[in-house]
Write a protein that binds this ligand. Structure first.
Ligand SMILES: [Zn+2]
Length: 318
């Protein structure tokens, strides 16, 4: 008695690999041979065919699902080496492009080429819950159609987008202390609120900062401040004439200054007998620290801070 034998469809190769080999590779890399990864194998090989021999290329995946793994399995482009950009455009498409010229090819799963009664369409359009899909039929169709359900078109990546990623300057985060690229802002992105961890607050003050104001800081009547030092800059405003620092931190109040202080409306001044050391932060340094925290793309400081103030300017119109 002879057994009826289904005519096996001829599965198309994925580059140098048979479909069966690629299923094994996919299982090793991805834990299971997901349909999207198998189709992805054909997509990557189709794209590679369009790249001239010897081209150094980079990749874009337009979906976060499965396809990035096909690119990592079959090309030198990985997320880690920065030669692949995974976008969450939600389209089942990818591209390869020359990393110097930006010229390349985009490959997509073309709904117009997928037969209407196919399991691939059921899978792609989620016409049935996953448990009800015929995964055997789906796999046979994927291997049978191969690249026949894909389309390609030339693409160009604009020159500014070809600029290599760079960390730039690295600096320790003033909150968590861990080094991060200073282009991210005054704090690392985790400390700016992007940490994925529950209750992850690393905010810690450097131990040399005393808060609140140290006890040894006293306010005394101006006429008793003779011989003491100013602990902060003091602004003198002559309406319509001038506005500037009449006293700088560290200036010693002399006999002639007492009258000047009173003219400035300063009947009391801050003084201290303590050493003005590292525990003290000059208001201009505070202004600078705030300015650094507040600046970002398109906003920068203008000039040096004075009297605890710093000017922020917009670098762009609009
Ligand atoms: Zn941090």
């Amino acid at each position: 008695m002879s057994q009826a034998c289904d005519l096996q469809p001829a599965f198309k190769n994925i580059g140098d690999h048979t479909f069966e080999e690629f299923i094994e590779m996919a299982t090793l890399f991805h834990n299971y041979p997901a349909p999207g990864l198998l189709i992805g194998g054909y997509m990557v090989e189709e794209a590679r065919k369009h790249m001239p021999e010897g081209t150094l290329y980079e990749a874009i995946s337009e979906t976060t699902w499965c396809l990035p793994d096909a690119i990592q399995m079959l090309t030198p482009c990985t997320i880690g080496n920065g030669w692949m950009n995974v976008l969450n455009l939600g389209r089942y498409a990818m591209s390869l492009y020359d990393k110097h010229t930006g010229e390349g090819v985009r490959v997509w799963l073309d709904i117009h080429k997928i037969p209407k009664d196919s399991e691939i369409l059921v899978w792609l359009m989620k016409e049935k819950p996953k448990q009800e899909q015929d995964s055997e039929k789906l796999r046979r169709e994927i291997g049978g159609y191969g690249a026949d359900i894909l389309s390609t078109t030339p693409i160009t990546i604009p020159k500014p987008k070809l600029i290599k990623r760079s960390k730039g300057k690295v600096t320790p985060c003033s909150s968590c202390g861990e080094p991060y690229p200073s282009a991210h802002g005054a704090l690392c992105r985790a400390c700016q609120g992007e940490s994925p961890y529950a209750g992850h607050t690393t905010l810690s003050m450097p131990s040399n900062i005393v808060f609140p104001v140290p006890e040894e800081l006293k306010t005394v009547p101006a006429n008793t401040a003779l011989g003491k030092n100013a602990v902060h800059d003091m602004t003198s405003i002559l309406p319509g004439t001038s506005k500037g620092a009449a006293f700088k931190r560290g200036d010693t109040f002399g006999a002639g200054d007492l009258c000047r202080l009173q003219q400035m409306g300063k009947n009391n001044v801050y003084v201290t007998d303590a050493e003005v050391g590292n525990d003290w932060v000059h208001e201009d340094d505070c202004a600078n620290a705030f300015a650094t925290a507040m600046c970002g793309t398109g906003v920068s400081t203008k000039g040096e801070p004075h009297e605890g103030k710093v000017t922020l300017i917009a670098e762009l119109d609009g």
